[in-house]
Ligand binder design. Structure first.
Ligand code: GLC
Length: 423
């Protein structure tokens, strides 16, 4: 990227969002991900909001058009049939919503971003209040049926952190014997070393089949699935979203009692995910009670949610993570034997996760650490462009290129202000 002026990078980021626009919704990147993805769209809205507020709202509104009658907002919306993508709508067979979609959800960042946008457009935010509230209630009912105050995922893709080592052990309980033959598309578009392995993919497909066999009835899935893993990422993102929803409820003069009860449950629930050995919030297999062994980038998201009980220990762990790499925050503990610096969620750094972690650090007054992460994110993008994610050791661009959420974070986080050579 040498020789590019900062303005050129802002222009390029805007051009990426425009190019990935398919008319009211944005694809994460052309080719590899040809549909609308849930949390991608919400980050994208933050980027659009810096230059086209109407388009920012539209991005979230089109996502909510796919909301299921049970309240779930799906992780992928299949508005067009793209035979180049696998597994597409004919594999998911999830026809419960108004639009073809996948049968699972993704991290609920929407309320947080809608609240940010609401300051200038309260009518459009108010129109989304009920759908948001229904989605949040869906999480509690479908992913925490026992009221533990922690959110489970029923598929690794629901976490948004698809092939994190955390899902390996719990995934061993999944029966893959009926998966059969299939042809992946991702490995023809991106280097094999950066994508999940076949054994992981078999499990992903077996879990899709499991949902199809239960007609995507989420109460049944939660009761019967062998894969039900409490995720600190979803739990923290939902808690933060509930707080933002509550703030909007107050602005709109609505009752907050039900939201308050959900917030209290999630606040209390967090402690169950504290793994003293890893000194981190870790995922936990709800079928066995076992913790995942190591911290991940999601271990720091409770700070984003305003959970500060473990902040000193968490800051120590964060220092260990950041000191071991050049470009934080690695998605997996860099000191673990499972750390794999270029393979998807097993090590690389992601711009939008960095934004959430830095936000959490600011909430506890750790401005220096937050600045460090922001500057390093700007450096990564200057060095390697708007890649899907980055190698934390050398800053390599990984996965898809011209990626929407990386462009959006560049714009929304004002990374243009950080000039080349800043240390
Ligand atoms: C991958 C990521 C997921 C993201 C999607 C589209 O599946 O793991 O978080 O939403 O790609 O970018």
């Amino acid at each position: 990227m040498d020789g590019m002026t900062p303005d050129t990078l802002d222009d390029r980021a805007r051009a990426i969002l425009r190019d990935n626009d398919r008319g009211g919704y944005t694809v994460p990147t052309a080719g590899l991900y040809p549909y609308q993805w849930n949390w991608d769209s919400v980050f994208v809205a933050m980027g659009f909001a810096t230059f086209d507020r109407d388009r920012a709202w539209q991005e979230i509104e089109t996502l909510f058009e796919a909301q299921w009658p049970d309240g779930m907002v799906p992780h992928i919306v299949f508005r067009v049939d793209e035979p180049t993508y696998f597994p597409g709508p004919s594999v998911w067979q999830a026809n419960k919503g108004p639009l073809p979609s996948s049968g699972i959800s993704q991290p609920p960042v929407a309320a947080t971003v809608i609240r940010m946008l609401a300051e200038q457009d309260s009518a459009r935010a108010e129109a989304l209040f009920e759908p948001l509230d229904r989605w949040h209630r869906w999480w509690h009912a479908a992913r925490d049926p026992d009221g533990l105050g922690v959110m489970a995922i029923t598929h690794p893709w629901e976490s948004g952190r698809d092939n994190l080592p955390d899902w390996d052990k719990p995934g061993q309980a999944i029966d893959t014997s009926k998966v059969g033959d299939y042809t992946r598309r991702d490995t023809s578009l991106v280097d094999n070393d950066q994508r999940p392995k076949k054994a992981d993919y078999d499990r992903y497909l077996a879990l899709v089949q499991f949902g199809v066999d239960r007609d995507w009835d989420h109460a049944r899935i939660a009761a019967e699935t062998p894969f039900f893993v409490a995720d600190p990422g979803i739990t923290a993102i939902l808690l933060r979203a509930e707080r933002d929803l509550r703030a909007m409820a107050e602005t709109f003069g609505r009752d907050t009692n039900a939201i308050d009860a959900r917030i209290a449950r999630l606040e209390a629930g967090h402690e169950q995910l504290w793994n003293p050995e890893a000194k981190a919030y870790c995922s936990r297999n709800l079928r066995t009670g076992a913790f995942a062994p190591d911290g991940t980038s999601a271990s720091f998201l409770p700070l984003f949610a305003g959970v500060t009980d473990r902040k000193d220990e968490l800051l120590e762990t964060l220092d260990a993570f950041t000191n071991a790499v050049t470009y934080p925050v690695p998605s997996y503990d860099p000191q673990s034997a499972l750390f794999d610096p270029l393979r998807y969620w097993r090590g690389p750094s992601w711009a939008m996760v960095n934004w959430m972690i830095a936000d959490g650090l600011r909430q506890i007054g750790e401005d220096q650490k937050a600045d460090r992460i922001r500057i390093d994110t700007a450096k990564l993008i200057r060095k390697s462009g708007f890649a899907e994610y980055f190698g934390p050791l050398q800053g390599e661009p990984c996965g898809g290129q011209n990626f929407s959420w990386t462009a959006a974070i560049w714009l929304a986080w004002g990374l243009n202000e950080i000039s080349e050579g800043t240390d």
